[in-house]
Design a binder for this molecule. Structure first.
Ligand code: FES
Length: 134
């Protein structure tokens, strides 16, 4: 199964593939997940629909970032680890997509606090925003 991270406008990341999601000491194997990127979910790192009520707005583009060449295939495990009070660190072969655009990568650091000026990527704004999450 190929690994994909889809950036939904005004909403979460839709992630599919051979996923390993680690929060603190706990790792879950999954094939799909909706991951919060507005920072307001009460079930982080998963989306609980809070983006609708918190007024999260983001066009959902690939943004300004040098995506690495990545692997020719998206087969293999995609490791997603939450950084405490910070971003999602995604390691493994993956296609990042937004609308009609897509790119390959092997390492992404994705904003989940909603405050980055360079979404979908973390730019360190979670510190000033006082974002708190495991
Ligand atoms: S997690 Fe949002 S800027 Fe780092």
């Amino acid at each position: 199964m190929s690994n994909t991270v889809k950036i939904n406008p005004n909403g979460p990341f839709s992630v599919k593939g051979n996923l390993s999601i680690t929060v603190g000491d706990e790792t879950e194997e999954k094939t799909s997940a909706y991951l919060c990127r507005c920072g307001a979910s009460t079930n982080k790192p998963y989306c609980d629909g809070a983006h609708k009520s918190c007024g999260f707005e983001d066009v959902g583009s690939l943004g300004e970032h040098k995506l690495s060449e990545g692997a020719a295939s998206d087969e293999g495990e995609l490791s997603i680890t939450t950084k405490k009070n910070g971003p999602l660190v995604v390691i493994g072969p993956v296609t990042l997509s937004a609308g009609e655009d897509s790119a390959h990568s092997s390492r992404l650091v994705l904003c989940r606090c909603g405050a980055s000026k360079n979404r979908p990527y973390c730019d360190g704004s979670h510190k000033a925003a006082g974002f708190e999450a495991d």
